[in-house]
Structures are given as structure tokens and as C-alpha cells.
Design a protein around this ligand. Structure first.
Ligand SMILES: Cc1cc2nc3c(=O)[nH]c(=O)nc-3n(C[C@H](O)[C@H](O)[C@H](O)COP(=O)(O)OP(=O)(O)OC[C@H]3O[C@@H](n4cnc5c(N)ncnc54)[C@H](O)[C@@H]3O)c2cc1C
Length: 482
């Protein structure tokens, strides 16, 4: 069994197949595992994440993957989400023990100071529509899909609600502007994370640099006689008589296996597969329609502590999130008595043409406006990491371009956040794709096994309604989805 690519998709496939007893050889072109969700060491010895990555309570497959990798205890979960406006005025959202889902966040939402009453009433109406449809509204079925912005207009959202609520949550979660996001994904985020149950919204943040989460994956594959080869770029798949004859490595060597999981970004496929295969397989012919969206990370090392919260979601600024890496890493992240912050800007199209110094100046001015303690602090060091192709853009109707993990070519399987998972480009989506690829490999080998984890069950009133409906044999009035 050969897996090409050591991102979360390839690792999830590799670990699942190794646990099923297969000997897996994983080829990764870079010197570390984790793909886009990794970290590396700067020339001065500082560990930095490629970008801050967060998970949510609703990401059940990623949770399962961290457990299999032995790194579940390295993710810290938070129940309290703190928002600040450009002047540092805070607003907090958290679950209330006395309110069942979907109303568990309602008390804190009612007192949330950064939205007007009109904004809140509009938001409550739209959230109720999502809840009543259990994650679905009829307008999502329109052919070709509609954009999230269109959906928000149809559901009569105020400009304040769009700018200070929907945009804040969704641009970070989906890495795209609302007018370029399929409303299905936007509605799904709110249903799975904020409405279906009490725990879906809990935010999980790694307490170690990202690359440290994957050591257990290598061990899991090696235990079954497999190997993980780093700095091992695959140059292409070789074909003979319509079947894969092996993978060609840098030194010209060809390695063979019974099955191959190609777990690379969609843009890398044309380098690895013959052009006529990409043209002739209807599932692959349209992957060129997928486009990418950027994320920019800005890293600041201050000479003193300037922030006490572990993270802040920022309204009305270019900066969208500020993560207090020193607090998240504990003693190890003390940054020599100072404080290390990481800022995240998703869908950062406007920043791409700007110089690193311009971005640092812009974000530093915002941080000093938001965090008064930063005004007198000395910025010891700063770095900017621009990821131009951070995720595929969740454009309306893009699901039709995403191929299944099983291909028409015998022995060839695909994995990657961009394959058909129903999820946007996230770590959860990548792990799901890896598990689905592993299931497809085993099914075609005649020994089916399942790895995909179910969604967290609907809780609170949804559970109550469901059991009442089944006891009284009344047909469940709301659309049945999990
Ligand atoms: C800046 C940024 C911030 C993000 N933030 C979040 C977040 O907060 N939460 C979240 O859930 N998701 C986030 N994501 C998305 C998440 O990182 C991705 O969805 C996920 O990591 C994709 O995993 P993957 O395995 O599909 O692809 P990748 O991680 O891209 O893995 C593909 C691997 O294939 C390797 N490869 C490519 N070509 C070859 C070859 N020829 N031979 C061998 N190896 C090859 C690559 O080196 C890479 O390791 C973020 C992404 C970025 C870039």
C-alpha cells in the first residue's frame, strides 16, 4: 500500500490502513509531516505554525484521528469565545447550563454588547430557520447553489448582523468572503457548531507546535512493517495497460504496491497523473474548476505580556483572530519573558499584493488599538506567512467538481480536503477524506471496514422532539438529517 502525501488526509488514510493490518509506505516530499497543518523551525530556532489551526467540538473525525495518533491530550478545548471590537470592547459567548440546544448560547447572545437589538432579532430569526430545518433551508436546494450573502439577504439580515456576526464567524471558518461562499457550507457551520448540540462550538487549540501532533502516525505505520519516508517527492505515477505500474521517485526508482492513495493538493494532480487520464475520467476532468483562497498569518513577539485571554476574535479590523501562543503553549511559550502572539486573516486577498512590512505595520497598529498593554510594549520580532493557496474556495456549486475517493482507475484512490466529503477545506474534511479513501481501499480488496465517525448526536430540544415524536408515532416534522 502506497500513500503519497503526509498531510492530514494521507496520515489519516495511512494510520487507518495500518490499523487494518496493511503495510503502508507513505512518501512525503517535505522534511516534516502535517502538510498545511504543520509547523517548522525558523533560522533563529523559533517554532512557528504554518498558521494557527483550530478545531471545533463538532469535528468528530479529527478528534478520532488525534486519538489514534496519541495526541488528543495536546488539544486544549475552550467553552468561552471572546470577541473584541477595534477599540478592545469585549463581548463573550458561552453555553448556559440551564438552556438546552439550540438555545444554549442564547443568554450570552442576548447580553452580547457588540450587536444592536435589531441585529440580534434578525440573527435569531435566521438561526431559528436553520434549527427548524435541522441544518437545512429550502433555498439551499436551488440548482448551482446560492451564495451565503444571498442567503443572508433572503433571510433579511441587517448590515450590522452581516458584518459583525455572520462574516466574523464564516470568513474564519470557511476562508472565503460571503459572496463567494456556498450557503450550504455557511448554514452547515451554524447547524453543526452552534445549534445541533451544546458542545459543537467548543474551540480546540493545539498546545504544542502542530508538527508535534503527528509522531504517533509514523509509529502506527511502522508497527505494521510500514515506513514513512520524508524528503521523498513522488515525480509521477507510471501506467501500463491502463493500470498503475508504480510511483516514480526523484532518483528514478519505481516503487510498486497493490493500491495507491494520492493525498496531495488538487493543484498537484496534473504533475502526477497523465493528462489523458485527467481528461478522460469524468470525476477528475473538472478539478481545474476548483479555485483557492488565501490565509495570512502574522507572528509578533513582544517584550512583555500584552494580552491575558488565550485568544480573541476581532470585529471591524483586518486582523480577524489573535492567539496568545505563550498562554497556549504554557511555560514553553514564554518567549523569554515576553509574549508571542499569532494573528490570522482568512480570505486575505487584499493583503497578497502588500509587502510584509506594510502588513506588520497595519496589524501592529490594530493590536495596539485593541490591547492597551501593547502600546508601550516593544515588538522584538515579527514575521508574516502568506499562504496564497491555503484552502479550496467553497464557491457556490463547487461540490460538483469534488471527486469521490474511489476512482475509475483500478488501484488508484484519492484523499485530500478537496475531495468529496461534504465538508469545507478543514482538518476535519482532510481526515474524513483519508478515512473514506481507506474504506474504499479495503472495500475493493474485499475486506470492508469502516473508519468514518458519526456526527455528534443532536442534543437538547432536538433529542426531546425526536423521542416524543417516535413515542407518539407522530412523523418527525422536521427534515431528518444528522
Ligand atoms: C494558513 C492556513 C490556516 C488554516 N487554518 C485551519 C484551521 O484553523 N482549522 C482547520 O480545520 N483547517 C485549517 N486549514 C486547512 C487545513 O490545513 C487543510 O484543510 C488540511 O490540512 C489539508 O490537509 P490535506 O492532507 O488534504 O492536504 P495537505 O496538508 O496540503 O497535504 C498534502 C501533502 O502532500 C505533500 N505532497 C505534495 N506533492 C507531493 C509529491 N509529489 N510527493 C510527495 N508528497 C507530496 C505535501 O507536501 C503535503 O504534505 C488551514 C490551512 C492553512 C493553509
Amino acid at each position: 500500500m502506497i500513500v503519497i502525501g503526509g498531510g492530514l488526509a494521507g496520515l489519516a488514510a495511512g494510520v487507518a490502513l495500518a490499523e487494518a493490518g496493511l503495510r503502508v509506505r507513505l512518501f512525503e516530499k517535505r522534511p516534516f509531516l502535517g502538510g498545511r497543518a504543520t509547523s517548522y523551525v525558523l533560522p533563529d530556532g523559533e517554532h512557528v505554525d504554518n498558521c494557527q489551526h483550530v478545531t471545533l467540538g463538532c469535528c468528530t473525525n479529527l478528534e478520532d484521528f488525534y486519538r489514534r495518533a496519541g495526541s488528543a491530550d495536546k488539544i486544549k478545548f475552550f467553552d468561552r469565545l471572546v470577541f473584541v471590537d477595534a477599540h478592545g470592547r469585549p463581548g463573550v459567548m458561552h453555553s448556559s447550563w440551564f438552556c438546552p440546544a439550540p438555545f444554549h448560547l442564547s443568554p450570552s447572545f442576548a447580553f452580547f454588547p457588540l450587536l444592536t437589538l435589531r441585529d440580534k432579532l434578525a440573527i435569531a430569526r435566521a438561526l431559528l430557520a436553520i434549527s427548524l430545518g435541522r441544518g437545512h433551508t429550502p433555498d439551499l436546494d436551488e440548482p448551482g447553489g446560492i451564495s451565503m450573502l444571498e442567503w443572508l439577504h433572503r433571510h433579511r439580515q441587517t448590515p450590522g448582523a452581516i458584518a459583525r456576526f455572520w462574516r466574523v464567524v464564516l470568513v474564519s471558518a470557511l476562508d472565503e468572503e460571503l459572496e463567494r461562499t456556498d450557503a450550504r457550507y455557511g448554514v452547515q457551520v451554524f447547524w453543526k457548531a452552534f445549534l445541533a448540540n451544546r458542545t459543537g462550538y467548543r474551540m480546540g487549540v493545539p498546545a504544542v507546535p502542530l508538527a508535534e501532533l503527528y509522531a504517533g502516525c509514523k509509529a502506527a505505520m511502522e508497527r505494521k512493517g510500514g515506513e514513512v519516508l520524508l524528503r521523498a517527492p513522488v515525480r509521477g505515477l507510471r501506467f501500463a495497460n491502463g493500470r498503475i505500474a508504480g510511483v516514480q521517485l526523484d532518483d528514478g526508482r519505481v516503487e510498486t504496491a497493490d493500491a495507491y492513495v494520492l493525498a496531495v493538493p488538487h493543484a498537484a494532480l496534473p504533475e502526477l497523473l497523465p493528462a489523458d487520464l485527467l481528461r478522460s475520467d469524468p470525476a477528475l476532468a473538472h478539478i481545474g474548476q476548483l479555485t483557492d483562497a488565501p490565509i495570512t498569518g502574522v507572528h509578533f513577539w513582544f517584550d512583555r505580556a500584552v494580552m491575558s485571554e488565550p485568544f480573541l476574535s476581532v470585529l471591524d479590523c483586518t486582523t480577524q483572530w489573535i492567539f496568545n501562543k505563550s498562554a497556549l503553549y504554557g511555560a514553553d511559550g514564554n518567549a523569554n519573558g515576553g509574549q508571542y502572539l499569532q494573528l490570522v486573516i482568512s480570505a486575505s486577498y487584499d493583503l497578497l499584493p502588500r509587502s510584509r512590512q506594510e502588513i506588520i505595520d497595519l496589524c501592529l497598529a490594530e493590536v495596539r488599538q485593541i490591547l492597551p498593554a501593547a502600546r508601550d510594549a516593544v515588538l522584538r520580532k515579527a514575521t508574516v506567512i502568506k499562504e496564497t493557496a491555503a484552502t479550496f474556495s467553497p464557491a457556490p456549486g463547487c461540490d460538483r467538481w469534488r471527486p469521490q475517493q474511489q476512482t475509475a482507475t483500478p488501484g488508484l484512490f484519492l484523499a485530500g480536503d478537496w475531495t468529496a466529503t461534504g465538508w469545507p477545506a478543514t482538518m476535519e474534511g482532510a481526515v474524513r477524506s483519508g478515512y473514506l479513501a481507506a474504506e474504499a481501499v479495503l472495500l475493493s480488496a474485499g475486506s470492508p471496514q469502516s473508519f468514518l465517525q458519526p456526527d455528534r448526536p443532536d442534543g437538547g430540544l432536538f433529542k426531546l422532539w425526536k423521542s416524543t415524536a417516535s413515542r407518539s408515532r407522530v412523523k418527525w416534522p422536521l427534515r431528518g438529517r444528522t
